[in-house]
Design a protein around this ligand. Structure first.
Ligand SMILES: Cc1cc2nc3c(=O)[nH]c(=O)nc-3n(C[C@H](O)[C@H](O)[C@H](O)COP(=O)(O)OP(=O)(O)OC[C@H]3O[C@@H](n4cnc5c(N)ncnc54)[C@H](O)[C@@H]3O)c2cc1C
Length: 390
């Protein structure tokens, strides 16, 4: 049987769940379809929950400012605690190379209204208690950034969307789009269980977003690569900000690493490998923990007695320029994209959802259109322009 909706969202993840919430808030009849058993079970739950607006790309900055506004007010607006911890972000610096990179993007960050500054080592030592002082030059600190629990957030976006009338169908795969006029109009979806029609379809399919684009005749490059993360048992609260160490690791395998202490006391951590692992391999490796432990203890020696509770591996849905793809492709009507989130889909999700919902219901994004268009599906993904701070 064919059922009709105003909007169908493909994927109940970091992007799909807030998008459904904002669409339902606009009074639209929304259906969300996910092939997994519940919301947030794709890459959303692999994220360590860092949320910052301190990027170098102007569109990412504006989208994440909106995400921060949504996350920080969520408990007050809905009564649900999603683990928000507003300790900020700090990038400690030991080498001139990273000092130059971070100082070069400060002007654009400040011009975009971000509260971020460069601090000398004395201040960074206070912001990051116990940090290795040897060779520390200084670093940046942005107090308004923070962290949220990805699973609590996707569950809460889902619950609030359902209260507003949205329907969620799980364990159901989208296998094709219903299209007209040589794929230039999208009218709905075919799934493993049925057919659903809608005026608009949102592709929020994460690592599989390119496959959905192909169903509308679009070739949008979103290719997953895999990243590992882990979490310790809880310890007494001592660390406010999330930390990003941009230095390559001495072992020659890691580009940077980042970590923080969750609102419930666990230390949660992740690194970026120098040699990327393309594909969807989600098995943990034996080299992750020894490398990670050395990097953590080298930066903050007091972390040496922590007990690791769990490690995992998830995917970054990457684009060639490291920038997300958000908006409506000009060649297809009724089709919207919130894809290619790279390593920042959790922090971008609410801002992307709010803008897509505005675009669909009111014909324009909430942020400045010229800035929003930097994320356009029509752009040249191979222009060579890449984001400085990924
Ligand atoms: C180790 C690690 C740490 C990270 N840390 C952070 C962080 O601190 N902050 C941050 O912002 N980001 C972080 N990320 C990145 C973040 O997890 C992703 O960018 C984000 O989850 C992508 O969101 P999404 O909605 O695009 O994809 P997902 O959350 O994966 O949602 C896509 C959904 O679409 C569904 N789907 C796909 N195809 C179909 C289909 N054909 N039919 C039906 N359903 C379908 C999937 O089942 C999935 O649930 C991290 C990632 C990893 C791996």
């Amino acid at each position: 049987m064919t059922k009709n909706y105003d909007v169908i969202v493909i994927g109940a993840g970091s992007v799909g769940t807030p998008t459904a919430y904002f669409l339902a808030k606009e009074g639209l009849k929304v259906l969300v379809i996910d092939e997994l058993a519940s919301s947030g079970q794709g890459q959303n739950k692999a994220a360590i929950g860092g949320v910052r607006a301190t990027h170098s790309d102007p569109a990412k900055i504006q989208i994440c400012l909106q995400s921060l506004d949504i996350f920080t007010k969520w408990k007050k607006n809905t009564g649900t605690d999603i683990g928000w911890k507003g300790g900020g972000y700090s990038f400690p610096v030991y080498r001139e190379t990273e000092e130059k990179i971070l100082k070069s993007i400060l002007p654009i960050q400040k011009k975009s209204g971000l509260e971020i500054d460069w601090y000398e080592s004395n201040k960074i030592k206070k912001i990051i208690p116990g940090i290795n002082k040897k060779g520390l030059i200084g670093g940046t600190y942005s107090p308004n950034d923070g962290q949220v629990s990805p699973l609590l957030a996707s569950e809460s976006f889902t619950n609030e969307a359902v209260k507003l009338g949205a329907e969620f169908r799980y364990k159901e795969s989208v296998i094709d789009l219903i299209t007209e006029k040589d794929k230039s109009i999208v009218k709905g979806v075919k799934t493993s269980k049925g057919t659903y029609k809608a005026d608009s379809v949102v592709n929020a399919a994460g690592a599989h977003a390119s496959d959905i684009c192909k169903m509308a005749g679009l070739d949008i490059p979103v290719n997953p690569d895999s990243h590992e993360a882990g979490i310790t048992t809880p310890v007494k609260d001592f660390l406010d900000p999330l930390i990003v160490d941009l230095r390559p690791g001495p072992e020659g395998k890691t580009a940077n690493f980042y970590f923080g202490q969750c609102s419930e006391g666990q230390i949660i951590f992740c690194y970026t490998p120098i040699k990327i692992f393309p594909g969807e391999d989600r098995d943990s490796t034996s080299e992750f923990m020894p490398i990670m432990a050395r990097r953590l203890v080298n930066l903050i020696p007091r972390l040496k007695n922590l007990t690791i509770r769990r490690i995992w591996r998830g995917l970054y849905p990457m684009t060639p320029d490291g920038i997300a793809v958000v908006g409506k492709p000009s060649s297809v009507e009724g089709f919207y994209l919130g894809i290619g989130m790279c390593g920042q889909g959790f922090m971008m999700g609410p801002g992307v959802g709010k803008n897509l919902s505005n675009l669909i219901s009111k014909g324009k994004p909430c942020i400045d259109k010229n800035v929003f268009d930097l994320l356009s599906p029509d752009r040249d993904f191979y222009s060579g322009k890449k984001e400085a701070l990924k």
